[in-house]
Write a protein of this length. Sequence first.
Length: 246
Amino acid sequence: MDLTTRFPFVWLILMALPWPSRCSGAPEPSLQQDPFDAARSEMVTEQIAARGIKDSNVLKAMRQVPRHLFVPMDEQRHAYEDRPLSIGYGQTISQPYIVALMTELARPKPTDRALEVGTGSGYQAAVLAQLVAKLFTIELLKPLADEASRRLHELGVQNVVVRNGDGYAGWREEAPFDIILVTAAPDHVPPPLLEQLKPGGRMVIPVGHVLDAQELLLIEKDTAGRTRTENVIPVRFVPLRRGDEE
Ligand code: SAH
């Protein structure tokens, strides 16, 4: 999907940001200029393609989604660095490579219906939304869910629905899903998520205790409903919390 279709308001938002060249008497930027364009291309080449992500649609989506608009203002200058960043409330936006890897492992198709557990900033949702028909995403913390929903709306992303709730239970009313991406780590694969995965579907999920090593798993369900699990790489995600904690 083209950037201008999904992000028609990006350029307006960018124009509202400080623009150093204005102060230095340089020519006014055109509406099409994005101050982070070069940094984003470099991120894709050096952090993502160089580490083996090959799906050209994933690389294109990572090149298009303005990651700096998903982090707090004071973190924007770090938005394209090779690391996770804080998004407030003790939560983080994943390292760009991990977002790309999870998206590639899910093998998204334009007709797919997807579920994400752990909306956070909405960045992973915006990337995956470029590559599927419809994405449902659940966030436990209401302020983050509200902010991500507003942000995706402002950026013109129309095929994502954000809900505030406990994603351990999945999203029964909208199930089954071709893809389930979980971006917070439980210590076991939640059975409701396995149930809500379509035959032929793919789930990408980090599993493990917080301080122990977590593993990123790719779980595929065959057409007979049997699952096959592959350990992909060790990862470190914030824990998947339950709605009834605290
Ligand atoms: N995908 C996000 C980053 C996720 S950080 C992004 O692109 O920015 C993990 C998120 O999972 C946090 O926002 C956390 O609040 C949320 N979370 C933790 N437990 C959850 C649960 N049970 N259900 C839904 N969201 C949960």
